[in-house]
Design a protein around this ligand. Structure first.
Ligand SMILES: NC(=O)c1ccc[n+]([C@@H]2O[C@H](COP(=O)([O-])OP(=O)(O)OC[C@H]3O[C@@H](n4cnc5c(N)ncnc54)[C@H](O)[C@@H]3O)[C@@H](O)[C@H]2O)c1
Ligand SMILES: O=CCCC(=O)O
Length: 463
């Protein structure tokens, strides 16, 4: 019997579309097609692969408004953010269309006149990707673009909450001339399809963005087939506001970081550590600005913060809030909800908490919702200790105009991404990724194509 995924609008709970799920056999056939088309695609010259990627990017831009609308409908993010995400998504395609032409090898001087040593790079093989709902366009293109540029074939399973954006982007890839078997989309249960991907001898690399527990299980399962793995997992980003920081700037940047996609971004500011001498000024300015943010259906252009994705996401945030307030945190803004379980929408008003302590759950777990917990520090080393006391190591931020403080913080924070007076560090031309349990590998920049390449060493003898 054919099964369907019901894609619903998280701002209203209304059904948008039913998407057919693929049977296990269909997923296996997609993998087989990926395998069978690999040789031809990896042999296409790099300039032609680059040209096809450029056409894909152009077509996405030509359909920008429509894609952004679909993204807002299925993810709930404000339309201005969806439009921004389309640009962000194509920036990865544009970047890797150029990198395709720069997959250089090298020669190594041999230790005898009779030998030559030549190093070349070649595509790793068919790639399987699993992507999350919070950035349905960009998380896919920042995997697909380097994979296709390197000469890999690509099959993606998008999140069940947001398959429509991905389906549209894959259609446009085909329209741009990238062969149908080279870039494919399959839909269905993450666990079932993940198991098929990781056990397939044809898939040579699995690339995942999502939660740390799922990432760990994919790493374990792919060990059996010794697939290459790239993992972009959870975060728990600290923001350190030093005594000398420009407070107004720190407030604006913290808001930009925290409320992107209603706080459902892996690099969102998640814990704000403010020097005790400036905490009152910072908290008051932050709470006042946060209270002015407009919450609602992301299709309306003036909305700053949309709903959280679903009931589970909502319950996690509410339970962190209850725990913090019960343990003595003071609410400076928000802590209000507009939720309807029956209809299926869940809005959380942007919230600021002060007097947060380390034993509160909100300081220990990723929130994935629009809440800013503020705590204080006296010495810089104390802030560093709190910031690093987490298994996560994705993004961190600090605000200071003192270069000694800045260099010291950068060198001591155990995070893959550091924003110094910068709450929005993401860019296609820079390596994005985490340390510790936040992941393996980097996406973006010249680093982002490396995971899709093998190194081949050729030794020519008897010369
Ligand atoms: N580091 C990054 O770049 C980055 C980016 C976005 C999101 N994230 C993280 O993702 C999490 C939120 O996203 P989410 O709720 O969609 O995560 P999730 O792990 O539940 O889901 C992500 C994807 O994995 C699939 N999936 C679920 N269970 C699976 C299983 N057992 N095997 C294989 N696939 C499975 C889902 O269908 C979805 O496509 C947060 O922790 C966030 O920090 C990280
Ligand atoms: O949520 C994770 C991705 C966010 C980003 O790329 O800036």
């Amino acid at each position: 019997m054919t099964e369907y995924i019901s894609v619903k609008n998280p701002a209203t709970g209304e059904l948008i579309e039913e998407v057919k799920t693929n049977t296990n056999e269909e997923v296996e056939q997609a993998i087989l097609r990926s395998h069978e088309s690999f040789k031809a695609w990896s042999s296409v010259n790099a300039h032609e692969r680059s040209r096809l990627l450029q056409s894909w990017s152009r077509l996405i831009q030509e359909n920008k408004e429509e894609i952004a609308k679909v993204m807002t409908l299925e993810s709930g993010k404000p339309i201005k953010e969806s439009l921004g995400e389309v640009d962000y998504a194509t920036s990865y395609i544009d970047w890797y269309a150029e990198e395709a032409k720069r997959l250089y090898g090298r020669t190594i001087p041999a230790n005898t006149e009779t030998k030559r040593i030549i190093i070349t790079r070649q595509a790793v093989g068919p790639v399987a990707a699993i992507t999350p709902w919070n950035f349905p366009a960009a998380m896919m293109t920042r995997k697909a673009a380097p994979a296709l540029a390197a000469g890999c074939t690509f099959v993606v399973k998008p999140a069940a909450e947001t398959p429509l954006t991905t389906i549209k982007l894959i259609e446009l890839a085909h329209k741009a001339g990238i062969p149908e078997n080279v870039v494919q989309c399959v839909n269905g249960s993450g666990k079932t399809i993940g198991d098929i991907f990781t056990s397939s001898p044809y898939i040579r690399k699995i690339t995942f963005t999502g939660s740390t527990p799922v990432g760990k299980s994919l790493i374990t399962k792919s060990a059996n087939t010794v697939q290459h793995v790239s993992m972009e997992l959870g975060g728990h980003a600290p923001v350190i506001v030093a005594a000398d920081a420009d407070i107004d700037f720190a407030v604006t940047q913290t808001i930009a970081s925290k409320f992107r996609n209603a706080g459902q971004t892996c690099i969102c500011a998640n814990r704000v550590l403010v020097h005790e001498s400036v905490v009152d000024e910072f908290s008051q300015k932050l709470a006042s600005a946060v209270s002015r943010l407009k919450v609602g259906n992301g299709l309306h252009e003036d909305i700053d913060v949309g709903p959280v994705i679903n009931k589970n996401g909502f319950n996690k945030v509410v339970s962190q809030l209850e725990d913090a307030v019960n343990k003595g945190a003071e609410v400076l803004a928000g802590n209000e909800f507009d939720a309807n379980q029956e209809k299926g929408y869940f809005f959380i008003h942007p919230t600021v908490l002060k007097d947060v302590k380390e034993d509160m759950n909100i300081m220990q777990e990723e929130t994935f919702g629009p809440v800013i917990p503020i705590t204080t520090f006296t010495e810089l080393d104390e802030a560093i200790k709190i910031a690093n006391s987490t298994p996560f190591g994705l993004a961190s931020y600090f605000f200071t105009n003192d270069y000694r403080t800045g260099v010291y913080l950068n060198e001591n924070l155990d995070f893959g991404i550091v924003g110094w007076n910068d709450g929005a560090p993401s860019a296609a031309h820079a390596p994005f990724g985490g340390m510790k349990e936040s992941g393996i590998g980097r996406e973006g920049g010249s680093e982002g194509i490396e995971p899709y390449l093998e190194t081949k060493y050729l030794s020519i003898g008897n010369l």
